[in-house]
Design a protein around this ligand. Structure first.
Ligand code: OSB
Ligand code: MG
Length: 382
């Protein structure tokens, strides 16, 4: 195929309720969407970066520049390009997996739509519906937390994940555990703990959790490995896994027993498929994480959640958990806590044009022949 143009949009959607993690509070979802115009048709990608570099080093304005000035020129230059060549082409750009994922996914979506093939089929999906978990932000009080969890349990979610931070952890998680002794429950620290907090982590270890997600600093695989040896609860790594190589290192060190696959965090769907396979071959189960995505990223994640080794419920909640109105038609969860995996070509959904316009903050198109910017070799072109 040939890439003809990449259209970038910065979109902003208010969240139905603020989402608080150990690193901050989000009141809206602001992200970059890319529409790839190719000789095979068009495709969509959503960048999972936040407004500020809190979850990872990437952030919206940086990702915008990397996509526009570095990735787009490399993708628009070749007279023909195969999806299989994308990883090699982009490997020359260091880091920036979230920016890369946006364009890789958009081009892959275009290719699959052109071929009439679903993303789920491309990824070797084995489920038509996927069980959904819910990620519960840090609540204003223990009472508010119990009330919120009650509503999620009633709704049928198949796993409840509680966000924790030092001091907002053991008592609250214990209260939830006591009220719902059998509930599949996990916690996510978003890297807020250090080895001094070992007492809290040991106390959490007694609460029959499915996993403790990303307790320590994202760059600290060695201390995660030490901690995992001390705990019977599996550690799941999220922020620490930015590439397939990170996962190989984490598994070899024993730094985790479960991996959160966020395709956008590891450079897109092609890398996510490799990550899935590496974990499968090592006997490490995975699940599909989420970043409060719009319907574009959500459709993408649902296909990932349907892969064979994604054996734990993912953070793939229905659209109304996040937005009053999404950019795509909404995804609904059935009372058994499952969502249907899209079956249409590519990711299977498209933005509703009026909705897309309504949430767009900024738009820019980079066209073949007019792309100027910094190529991967660092030389200015155009
Ligand atoms: O750590 O999994 C995380 C949201 C934003 C940033 C990081 C995380 C999350 C979530 C939300 O947990 C999961 C979802 O999309 O529902
Ligand atoms: Mg996480």
């Amino acid at each position: 195929m040939r890439v003809l143009a990449l259209e970038l949009r910065l979109v902003r959607l208010p969240l139905v309720r603020p989402f608080r993690t150990s690193f901050g509070e989000m009141r809206d979802k602001t992200c970059v969407l890319v529409r790839a115009e190719t000789s095979a048709g068009e495709g969509w990608g959503e960048c999972v970066a936040d407004a500020v570099p809190d979850f990872s080093g990437e952030f919206n304005e940086g990702a915008w520049l990397v996509i526009r000035d570095v990735l787009a020129p490399s993708l628009l230059a070749p007279s023909s390009l195969e999806v299989e060549e994308l990883e090699d082409l982009l490997a020359r750009v260091r880091g920036n997996p979230m920016a890369k994922a946006t364009v890789v996914n958009a081009i892959l979506d275009a290719e699959l739509r052109g071929a009439g093939r679903s993303l789920a089929s491309f990824l070797g999906a084995v489920r038509e519906r996927v069980p959904c978990g819910v990620s519960v932000g840090i609540a204003p009080s223990e009472a508010a937390l119990l009330e919120e969890v009650e509503a999620h349990v009633a709704r049928g979610y198949r796993r409840i994940k509680l966000k924790i931070a030092p001091g907002l952890d053991v008592d609250r998680v214990r209260a939830v555990r006591q009220r719902w002794p059998e509930a599949p429950l996990s916690v996510d620290a978003n890297a807020a703990y250090d080895p001094d907090h070992v007492d809290a982590l040991r106390a959490l270890d007694e609460l029959d959790l499915l996993m403790i997600e990303q307790p320590l600093h994202h760059e600290d695989l060695v201390r995660h490995a030490r901690l995992q040896r001390e705990l019977r609860t599996p550690i799941c790594l999220d922020e620490s896994i930015r590439s397939v190589a990170d996962a190989e290192a984490a598994i070899e060190l024993g730094a985790c027993r479960i991996v959160n696959v966020k395709q956008g965090r590891v450079g897109g769907l092609l890398q996510a498929r490799r990550l899935h396979d590496v974990c499968r071959d090592a006997g490490v189960p995975v699940w599909c994480g989420g970043m409060l995505e719009t319907g574009i990223g959500r459709a993408t994640n649902l296909a990932v959640a349907a892969m064979p080794n994604a054996t734990l419920p993912g953070d793939t909640s229905p659209s109304d958990r996040y937005f009053v109105e999404d950019v795509t038609p909404p995804f609904a969860m059935a009372s058994d806590g499952t969502i249907a995996v899209p079956t249409g070509a590519g990711i299977g959904v498209e933005p509703v044009p009026e909705r897309l316009e309504a949430v767009t903050v900024r738009r820019e198109v980079v066209r073949r022949g007019t792309a100027s910017g910094v190529s991967a070799s660092g030389m200015t072109n155009g």
